[in-house]
Write a protein of this length. Structure first.
Length: 510
């Protein structure tokens, strides 16, 4: 009952006309960047960070949440209509969704995606409302050793489990950690990796890094290498933009199965919603194989419904993990964690005590955002697709200008503009060489927490580092991480064995 009362107070705060406007703006921006390939919610939040300093915190985070959810809605539109998913989380939805579009069912595919995203996100938000306070109470038991274990869990999971190449994932992580330690050490006062430049004594701004890596790096990459949009044909939906009763009955079980698969991944730093979407798709494909007449490969509605629900339920739960534990499970969540720190707030149990109005208004805004996004995407998906008609040189030139103006407005320093360009070139090289970006962002965001926690734990134990593996919470986190690593290694070995067997079979048949 206390939770429901707090949620009601949150709705009272979120339903003011100012906050409703920010919900709408966030949903519009999120859907727009989701539709356009290469952008995505992480880039949008990074670009908005410099221009939200003047906003009241509740309004800013309500807008960020709308962008986060809206990006997933828009990603599927791109994949269904052009077979070019905007982000990796939309790849699983594209497999069957684009086949539905090619079979003349584009409108029904878009409706399936919108309803699935709504169901997954709405149920995930309900779970978050009741789970987040319990997670916050649990995290109040964390000390320096537990926070260090949590940071290590996030580092290893995002850099080695999610990525295809462990070496590249760890390299990206260490680049982020290296940037995080630049500046004057807060305890000893000694400059670290500043190369004697006074401009680096305060460290490298996280806002500069996120904008450079996620936005400017993408712009340079598209300008130099990308050509995948030229030969793609946009399928124009026709017919009813809703589902028949038979289609709804077919999709409904997949929506709820996908939601159930996505929920646990919202509290595990596994890179976001990519893994649960593929798991949901794989489950539906296995269930379909048992049917008398399998439909996968011809535009199966369940192959689209399940991944969409899984992706949005994961995103909702990720917001709960961010608020209650301060744990970012994706690049977008890591940038939002940086935004909290920008306002002098630290997600975790103290956030629920010190800023309850912000927390519960933000949780209430999740439900409002889901309704707004359903209204925006169910009947108007084709209007969003028209954003693809914007000439790419104008679009990316505008993004570049916005990057520079945002960074200069926050710092007023030409040196930060040079840092923006240099780190942007680093982001371009990482994309060109297929290095993951999420470990770098998470390493930079959680690096200071890991360093401080390690130092505090060692000092409290008089230099005895065994304190890091003595508490039950720390041991549990390390044990879970070990299990996750074993399962990931086993999965890769099985996948390689299957690939070799298929290649051998194909060579024999040839």
């Amino acid at each position: 009952m206390d939770v429901l009362q707090l949620l009601a107070e949150g709705f009272a705060g979120a339903l003011t006309w100012q906050n409703l406007v920010w919900v709408l703006i966030g949903c519009l921006l999120g859907t727009a960047v989701g539709v356009m390939p290469g952008l995505g919610s992480s880039m949008a939040v990074a670009l908005l960070l410099p221009v939200t300093f003047s906003l009241e915190p509740t309004a800013a985070f309500i807008m960020f949440a709308g962008v986060y959810f809206g990006g997933l809605f828009g990603d599927s539109t791109m994949g269904i209509l052009m077979n070019t998913p905007g982000q990796a989380s939309a790849i699983a939805s594209t497999i069957e969704g684009h086949k539905m579009a090619r079979n003349g069912r584009a409108a029904q595919a878009l409706a399936t995606a919108a309803i699935g995203a709504f169901i997954g996100g709405f149920i995930g938000s309900i779970v978050v409302v009741f789970l987040a306070p319990a997670l916050a109470d649990f995290s109040s038991r964390f000390g320096p050793a537990e926070f260090f274990a949590l940071a290590v869990f996030a580092f290893v999971a995002t850099s080695s489990v999610v990525t295809d190449n462990v070496i590249k994932g760890l390299t990206s992580l260490f680049i982020g950690l290296g940037i995080a330690v630049i500046g004057v050490d807060g305890v000893s006062g000694a400059p670290r990796f500043t190369m004697g430049s006074p401009n680096l004594f305060d460290g490298v701004s996280l806002v500069t890094v996120t904008v450079a890596i996620l936005a400017l790096g993408e712009v340079i990459y598209v300008a130099c290498l990308e050509r995948h949009m030229k030969d793609k044909a946009l399928i124009k939906p026709s017919g009813r933009p809703w589902l028949s009763r038979a289609e709804f009955r077919e999709a409904a079980p997949a929506w709820f199965r996908g939601t159930a698969i996505g929920l646990p991944f919202g509290v595990v730093p596994a890179g976001g919603s990519e893994i649960p979407t593929f798991l949901a798709y794989g489950l539906e494909k296995r269930l379909d194989a048992r049917r008398a007449r399998p439909t996968f490969g011809t535009g199966a509605i369940r192959g689209l419904a399940a991944p969409e629900a899984a992706g949005n339920s994961t995103t909702s739960m990720a917001m709960g993990a961010l608020l209650a534990l301060g744990l970012p499970i994706s690049a977008t969540a890591a940038i939002m964690l940086a935004a909290f720190r920008q306002y002098g707030l630290q997600p975790g149990p103290l956030l629920f005590e010190r800023a309850p109005e912000l927390v519960w208004a933000l949780l209430a805004s999740f439900f409002i955002a889901m309704i707004v996004l359903l209204i925006l995407n169910l009947p108007f998906a084709m209007l969003w697709a028209k954003l693809l008609l914007i000439p790419r040189p104008y679009l990316y030139a505008g993004i570049t200008l916005f990057c520079a103006l945002g960074i200069y407005a926050t710092s007023g320093s030409v040196f930060d503009l040079l840092m923006l360009l240099g780190i942007g070139l680093l982001g371009f090289l990482m994309r060109a060489l297929d290095y993951p970006l999420a470990p770098l962002i998470i390493g930079m965001v959680l690096g200071p927490l890991a360093e401080t926690s390690l130092r505090d734990a060692a000092m409290s134990a008089n230099g005895d580092f065994s304190v890091l593996v003595q508490g039950p919470i720390s041991l549990t986190l390390y044990a879970i991480l070990a299990v996750v690593l074993v399962l990931a290694v086993r999965g890769r070995i099985v996948a390689r064995a299957q690939a070799k067997a298929e290649a051998k079979k194909a060579s024999v048949e040839a």
